[in-house]
Design a protein around this ligand. Structure first.
Ligand SMILES: NC(=O)c1ccc[n+]([C@@H]2O[C@H](COP(=O)([O-])OP(=O)(O)OC[C@H]3O[C@@H](n4cnc5c(N)ncnc54)[C@H](O)[C@@H]3O)[C@@H](O)[C@H]2O)c1
Length: 423
């Protein structure tokens, strides 16, 4: 084993390694907190000064990370944040957790990864470990990061270490978090693999090594494509059941009693968030480059994307059934985030539905209890809005809606089994 590997392993084992995280969002902040919690002096780097100030003042802006945790780590001198990338020159390891959105054309937008990689390249030094965690197409670590990092004399596995490890965090999940979800990791070389696995092994419960960065990148895309395709299937089944006059929820509840060979997925108003609607298209884009057409991904994307239109149609139909028009009726959207119990409205189908209704009718109200009071979106309280609304449309099954009684004279459409219809 080379001296650099040996030295980094010793620093990791003794918690003397200076670790860093670039991109302190839903993924990066919880990861930085885990590193700091297990004893590493951790530096977070973000281009957003508001996030940096919040951390340095001991505050969290991510619902899954408590303020007390950030302030305790700050007081212990183990967590600090900065907008200055020069901090990289002092770090032994750095994890990159920046966004990987899609362009309007559904091509990967690699600008955040490229910007972060350029910053790391400027401060890359002998013995440093760099791990990419952003979800991306297979080949990114080697093609985008390694080529930049090897433009001088440094070589991966010999002078510095490079790995990919997909983040699998599920915001709002009370059981699984950054620490207890097994961490898949693939290195550019065996040395890279060894030091990256050691870093995660120090902070997280279980590490799953795989043979390359490309395999690790593909693991994440398989997981999220699996969800996108199965959600697409069940959404199509929901449309079919609606046409056939069958209750799709009753069908799924009965099917899931089968103890093997079936996994329940549930229909909804569409796909949202920064992962499931986006990640599969990173894969199909890369596959296309190799002349391969990913039909499941395209089909699931198509079905899931039609769901918000279906919801708007059902709203118009429901009002029509009561001799009312969409224009002029008061419609209440219950839930704007992309899934239950989170505050994230990125790619949220509820937002698409809300905006589409707003274009047709100015009397559209929205309730989203997880959005901060200072949010630009004007939302109202459920009780206040319920009295005003002709029709309540449940789109997100937040726990706080569960069992909420709705007056008998109110019409309800429920696309997610929330509120009065919650099981
Ligand atoms: N949110 C999830 O549930 C989730 C789960 C698994 C994987 N991921 C993946 O993790 C990655 C990050 O997602 P997220 O949800 O944490 O995003 P996010 O938007 O919450 O956080 C990203 C952070 O990176 C910062 N940033 C952007 N460009 C930067 C740069 N050049 N240098 C430093 N900081 C920069 C932003 O200011 C932001 O604070 C994405 O690839 C995403 O697909 C997300």
């Amino acid at each position: 084993m080379s001296m650099l590997v040996d030295s980094l392993l010793k620093k990791i084992q003794g918690r003397q390694a200076r670790v860093g995280v670039i991109g302190l969002g839903y993924v990066g902040l919880p990861l930085a907190v885990e590193f700091a919690r297990c004893g590493f002096i951790t530096t977070g780097i973000d281009v957003d000064p508001r996030k940096v100030d919040a951390i340095n003042s001991g505050r969290s802006y991510i619902p899954d990370v408590a303020d007390e945790e950030v302030s305790a780590l700050r007081k212990a001198g183990r967590l600090t944040a900065t907008t200055d990338f020069a901090a990289l020159s002092e770090l032994d390891t750095v994890n990159i957790c920046v966004p990987t959105p899609l362009r309007k054309t559904k091509d990967p937008d690699m600008s955040f990864v490229v910007a972060a990689a350029d910053q790391v390249a400027a401060y890359l030094h002998a013995g440093m470990l760099v791990i990419l965690e952003s979800t991306t197409y297979p080949g990114t670590t080697e093609e985008v990061l390694r080529t930049r990092f090897e433009s001088g004399s440094l070589r991966a596995g010999r002078d510095f270490f490079l790995a990919f490890s997909p983040e699998r965090v599920d915001p709002g999940n009370p059981t699984f978090n950054t620490r207890n979800v097994p961490k898949v990791v693939g290195g550019s070389t065996l040395n890279c693999q060894t030091v990256a696995a050691a870093l995660y092994g120090a902070a997280l419960e279980k590490v799953i090594p795989v043979s390359s960065t490309r395999v690790a990148e593909m693991v994440k895309l398989l997981e999220n494509t699996f969800r996108a395709v199965n959600i697409g299937l069940v959404n199509e089944l929901a449309l079919m059941c609606d046409r056939l006059g069958i209750d799709v929820w009753e069908v799924i509840d009965a099917a899931r009693t089968k103890p093997f060979g079936f996994m329940a997925f549930y229909p909804g108003p569409g796909l949202g968030g920064h992962c499931i609607p986006i990640d599969p298209f990173y894969l199909s884009w890369k596959a296309k480059e190799h002349g391969f057409e990913s039909r499941f991904i395209e089909l699931a994307g198509h079905v899931n994307a039609t769901m918000p239109h279906y919801v708007v149609e059902k709203i118009a139909e429901a009002l029509n059934g009561h001799r009312k028009a969409l224009n002029g009726s008061s419609v209440l959207i219950v839930g704007l985030s992309y899934k239950r119990d989170v505050d994230d409205i990125r790619e949220s189908p509820s937002m698409d539905i809300y905006k589409s209704l707003k274009k047709k009718n100015h009397q559209v109200l929205a309730v989203e209890p997880h959005l901060a009071a200072e949010s630009e979106l004007q939302t109202v309280s459920l009780d206040e809005a319920t009295t005003k609304a002709d029709l309540l449309v449940y789109l997100v099954a937040h726990k706080v809606f569960k069992g909420k009684k709705v007056p008998a004279n109110k019409k309800v459409l429920d696309f997610c089994r929330a509120g009065p219809l919650a099981p």
